[in-house]
Design a protein around this ligand. Structure first.
Ligand SMILES: Nc1nc2c(ncn2[C@@H]2O[C@H](COP(=O)(O)OP(=O)(O)O)[C@@H](O)[C@H]2O)c(=O)[nH]1
Ligand SMILES: [Mg+2]
Length: 214
């Protein structure tokens, strides 16, 4: 039997990287700093961005690309906070890619923006391979996913610049050790900035803001 092998993945990822470079150039030309916010479903990505918009109001003009299977729910939350928002429906796709982000960039006036948050689809696997043109890749997990969740998903922590362990206010109720999670992230990626936060009590939110604009 004769096989012709086709490697689709590598082509796709290379094409994505080219488009991401274009996005990055566009952002740099307009002095816009972009954050990719990745992480599990329900880990607190949207809420962390909401806090950032609130705390940075008056100092930085923020925009958000709300990426989700159905994006309007988070998009409405960001709009309520006064941020320029573009919902990005991914349908069956489990991650954003540079092509989608490129189109979203065409929809906004970059002259009016200082910071751009790109909330990715909630999961710890698919977004790893797809750079978007962002300046900083941030992965969010919460204690409710189990304190072994970082050890079980090393790849996304390897490629991220920062990790946020959120919902520390309820760690004791789910038998999770946030310090173990921080330790796992640093073991997997010694260069990672790792912080603990609670969007409910406000603990760690100063560090969250420093991580963004410090
Ligand atoms: N107790 C607690 N709940 C939180 C915290 N952060 C977010 N939540 C809740 O977790 C749920 C999911 O948050 P959301 O920001 O929508 O998560 P996303 O899916 O990652 O965007 C919401 O009900 C939030 O109120 C936190 O620090 N502590
Ligand atoms: Mg969300």
């Amino acid at each position: 039997m004769h096989f012709t092998e086709v490697t689709i993945g590598a082509d796709l990822i290379q094409k994505n990287e080219e488009l991401a470079l274009r996005n990055r150039e566009l952002l740099d030309n307009h002095d816009v700093r972009a954050f990719s916010i990745m992480g599990a479903i329900g880990s607190g990505k949207t809420m962390l961005i909401e806090h950032a918009i609130e705390r940075l109001e008056g100092q930085y003009k923020c925009a958000v690309f709300a990426g989700d299977v159905i994006a309007r729910y988070d998009a409405q939350r960001f709009e309520k906070k006064g941020a320029l928002t573009v919902p990005l429906n991914t349908g069956k796709e489990c991650h954003l890619d540079a092509h989608m982000v490129g189109h979203a960039l065409e929809k906004i006036n970059l002259h009016n923006i200082d910071l751009l948050f790109i909330e990715n689809v909630g999961n710890l696997i698919c977004p790893s391979d797809f750079v978007l043109g962002e300046h900083k890749r941030i992965v969010v997990v919460s204690v409710t996913e189990g304190d072994d969740t970082i050890a079980k998903h090393p790849m996304i922590f390897r490629i991220s610049d920062a990790a946020v362990v959120n919902k520390i206010d309820i760690a004791q109720f789910v038998d999770a050790d946030p310090d173990k999670m921080i330790g796992d992230a640093r073991r997997i990626n010694p260069r990672i900035e790792a912080i603990k936060t609670s969007c409910k009590t406000g603990e760690g939110l100063d560090a969250w803001i420093t991580l963004l604009v410090g």
